[in-house]
Write a protein that binds this ligand. Structure first.
Ligand code: FAD
Length: 487
């Protein structure tokens, strides 16, 4: 029986999840990945510039669950739940802020191990082949071909399929070629800050800090964060302006900097701090928004290839995984229009490998109708959250709003949902979450302003009544009072 074939460029987190989905739906799958197989012993421990660990939350887990609840279970077996932020103040005091009033956590997971789980699942399907150490050099989306180069032999060959999926990450070649075919708008912006990862080893075979929190040392224009690992270490990341990185040239500069801003972390890092800081790579931070994400029924870009974000909402991979869940639903809708494509169980056995080019195109048109907008809004939220994490979390007004939103959510869960909850613990589209957040923030501001004015007015009223000589001072009329509120 003929079946559709997909060529996937990139076998990272999103590419490998996409491969699993297409394989499950009966497609012939070929994945081309430029790196060597990360599961082979000889490749262990090679440092990737991307983060060692990352936070997976509802959107990411939902996409894995739809693929197979057993794979989600395997994933959850290797996570460390983080229920809140642990703020490290300059004076060494700690302050825990829960992520969710209902106690939901985000989960720290090892990037490499998650990738390995997905590669294993992908290869468990007989209709899948992963080619490691193959560079996808160029794409002809009209002919549905990809030119690949074996980096060990330098041999060039051409792979062809019914659909090309570009999942080759932030510096995507697939995205570059898409712009030659589909009049793609691309916005790329570097921010003035970079990052450096520093390992905090375990102490006496235990975690150096509480392991059920994401630790943050917010210092207004920069911050240090730490996520726990299963081996009881923490991967810490220092985010700060490049000028600050450049100002630290010697061991003494580094220690003076840490003594001033992160004094409580020095004994936790120990002597390793200097080596880690000076030998580990410093990474640039940028975002990419692009639209559309597809060309006819021939090609689609997903994950960081389509939308690369700054990492401050921990949503890059989560959003990429959601891309694959959405794409699957849209393909299932074409293959089995009578089945509810949002119901993972109902469409468990649906195959999408017999779709016509027109049906694939219809699915991709619907895909580009939602994902570019949603991922662009996710990026906006991540840019906003950088300021929140490094600075606002310390403000009294932020803490009051955070508390108030939480309480209102418990009483009116449909009316007010904290932004963090919408982004991390629901699958509300990012664009809708951003709109709702703006609306409810305005409402809360009006409410707080009304309450403040009422309190001031009440205090004045009682002061008048208590202290003013009754014959000389007149209490304001109703219209005068209303004019105060209009201001
Ligand atoms: P990648 O993971 O970059 O994978 C792309 C793959 O394509 C790679 O394997 C690469 O080798 C391969 N490739 C590239 N070019 C070619 C080519 N020409 N030919 C063949 N193969 C190629 N996201 C979260 O959800 N939560 C977090 O907590 C989080 N923290 C982060 C912290 C930092 C510091 C950073 C930088 C990012 C973080 N992210 C986080 C974002 C997350 O890392 C990315 O969104 C995610 O890795 C995207 O997956 P991807 O598969 O699209 O791209």
């Amino acid at each position: 029986m003929p079946q559709n074939k997909v060529i996937i460029a990139g076998g990272g987190l999103v590419g490998s999840l996409a491969a699993c989905y297409f394989a499950k739906r009966g497609w012939t799958v070929e994945v081309y990945e430029k790196r060597p197989d990360p599961r082979e012993e000889r490749n262990h421990g090679k440092r990737n510039l991307r983060s060692i660990n990352l936070a997976i939350s509802t959107r990411g887990l939902s996409a894995i669950n739809r693929l197979d609840p057993e794979v989600e279970k395997k994933t959850l077996d290797i996570v460390l739940p983080m229920y809140g932020r642990m703020i490290h103040n300059l004076d060494g005091s700690l302050n825990s802020q829960q992520y969710s009033v209902t106690g939901q956590p985000i989960n720290s997971i090892d990037r490499g191990r998650l990738n390995e789980i997905l590669l294993d699942v992908c290869e468990s399907y007989p209709n899948t082949k992963i080619y490691f150490e193959y560079d996808t050099e160029s794409f002809d989306y009209a002919k549905k071909t990809v030119t690949v180069k074996n980096s060990k032999t330098n041999e060039i060959s051409v792979a062809s399929g019914d659909l090309i999926v570009g999942a080759d990450g932030a510096h995507s070649t697939a995205r570059k070629y898409l712009s030659f075919f589909a009049r793609t708008s691309v916005e790329k912006k570097y921010i003035d800050h970079g990052y450096c990862e520093i390992e905090m080893k375990s102490h006496n075979a235990d975690f150096a800090m509480k392991n059920d929190h994401l630790h943050i040392w917010p210092r207004n224009t920069f911050m240090l964060i730490a996520l726990p690992n299963l081996d009881k270490s923490f991967t810490c990341t220092l985010f700060m302006p490049w000028s600050q990185f450049e100002a630290i040239e010697t061991d003494e500069d580094l220690m003076a900097f840490f003594k001033t801003y992160f004094p409580d972390s020095i004994p936790l890092f120990g002597e390793e701090l200097k080596k880690e800081y000076f030998t580990n790579p410093k990474g640039a931070l940028f975002y990419v928004k692009s639209s559309p994400h597809h060309y006819k029924g021939n090609a689609v870009i997903v994950g960081d290839a389509a939308h690369c974000t700054v990492p401050f909402y921990a949503q890059g991979m989560n959003c990429g995984f959601e891309d694959i869940e959405v794409l699957d639903k849209l393909l299932v809708e074409q293959a089995a229009p009578l089945i509810d494509a949002t119901d993972a169980v109902a469409c468990k056995d649906v195959k999408t490998n017999m779709l016509t080019p027109e049906q694939i195109e219809a699915a991709l048109i619907n895909y580009s109708a939602c994902r570019p907008n949603d991922s662009a809004n996710m990026i906006d939220l991540a840019m906003h959250n950088y300021i929140e994490m490094r600075s606002n979390v310390n403000n009294l007004s932020y803490r009051i709003r955070h508390w108030l939103e939480g309480k209102l959510y418990l009483v009116f869960p449909k009316l007010v949902i904290p932004l963090y909850t919408m982004v991390s613990f629901t699958k509300i589209p990012y664009s809708k979450a951003k709109k709702q957040w703006i609306k409810q923030t305005n409402a809360i501001h009006s409410l707080v302003s009304f309450a403040t004015k009422t309190a001031i007015f009440g205090a004045l009223f009682f002061a008048f009544k208590r202290y003013a000589p009754t014959n000389t001072l007149k209490f304001p009329s109703i219209s005068e009072i209303l004019s105060i509120f209009k201001k």
